[in-house]
Write a protein of this length. Sequence first.
Length: 530
Amino acid sequence: MTVRNEGLAISAVMDGRAPAILCAAATAFLARLDARFETARRAALAHRAERRLAFDGGEMPDFPAETQSIRDADWRVSPIPADLVDRRIEIAGPPGRAAIVAAVNSGAKVFVADFEDASSPSWTNLIDGQANLIDFWAGRLQAGSPKGRKTAPRPDGAAVMMRPRGWHLPEKHVQVAGRPLAATLFDVGLYLFHNARAIQAQGRTVALYLPKVEGAREARLWNDMLGFAERELELAAGSIKATVLIETMPAAFEMDEILWELRERALGLNCGRWDLIFSFIKCLGKHARFVTPDRASMVMGSNFLAACSYLLVKTCHRRGALALGGKIANMPVKGDRRAHRQSIAMVKADKQRAALEGLDGVWVGHPDLVPIAQEVFHGLVPEANQLGLLHADMEIIRDDMLSMHPGRRTEAGLRGNIRVVIHYLAAWIGGQGALPMHDLLEDAGTAEIARVQVWQWVYHEAKLSDGRKITPELFGEILDDEVARLRADLGDAGFAAGRHREAVDLFRAMTLAADVPDFLTLSAYDMLAA
């Protein structure tokens, strides 16, 4: 059934909260956003494609010469609002009712309601996520427990930020003139329309995390769109604040420029490790000297990831913005004390490294990790932030930003990547956006690394540590073996019900493609559950 409302055609079940969320006024706002920004969005995506071709052809990412004056000049972003000055521990997760309550009550300073990497964008998930955030800001959100108790978010709990889907993704359930509405406009538009005034009435800051930004041009698009939304919703100019995830290689070379474009609303930058590795491989994957080692070898604190983190701290603090760090995939392990101790030790080491690098805050992905991260990070950073740490004597050059991690490629690493992609992709098209697996919390970011890394290894027929080449044939053999093991574990009925066959077929096709497909979530989108 298709419902037409204010120029939009909505091809989805309009029950429960959906009619109220997509009311006439809200859909009219979405239509105005689309009319104003769809052309600019398409131009930005075309520019991305042009840069990819240039990188494939041998051009290397670099600091743009034409914006040297911005990098050299002395300027600062607008002051950070009081409720977001201290962001030492942030927790990110899907916008489910129980997840929101647990995260807000976890002791973290900020909860990031993640509609992107931690969510699967089924219609049900999207509407439920928007409804849950509306209820949260209206003060009526509650979550039930297995024992029947109701829990509400604490008034003094974490500040809430929202991370929408990126500009590259469509929202197929909402059509404009026969084409899908941009997912970014759907997510941000509905969130701002229903919540911005309520947030500001409570003396809190309307704050977003901006994903997959590829440079100053896209930062300008974001700034223009948020400024337009402010005028449409009669909000003060610059009152919608934003932190930008530095999770693409082009953006890593334009941090000053991104802050400059968003200087009236920028809160800071976040070094998104998983997507940064993913982007590194996408941008440089066709060049033999950038063939990566096992994913486990590509750790923060060394090579291009360390360079990016230090440059992010230096850039942000010089401009009066916060420098944030991402999360590792480790999570608490139940039923295995030794594995649990190892996992927690890795979390602690990661947060110690982040504090010593000068970051102002870090992410975790599980409420039980909040006190563990706090113990380490607060111990090293007793004040609200480290804005006074400037790294003024540190120089980061292009070669540092392109420094490859050393390490081996192993069959275990290849098999691990294959398992992650199959399991995560099957879960994602079934409506689950974050997947606990082998003591790690896998999301779209980690699955993307696994997927493009296998593509890169097959493309170059890279050698494993035992001397074998990762040919298309070897990939096919190991993939088939992993599928057989999975089918044996699940049974034929469980394998089919879990949509693993669709996941395997898509993964095989993406891996053997001549060019690395842009996004796993884009290629799999039409398979997505309702």
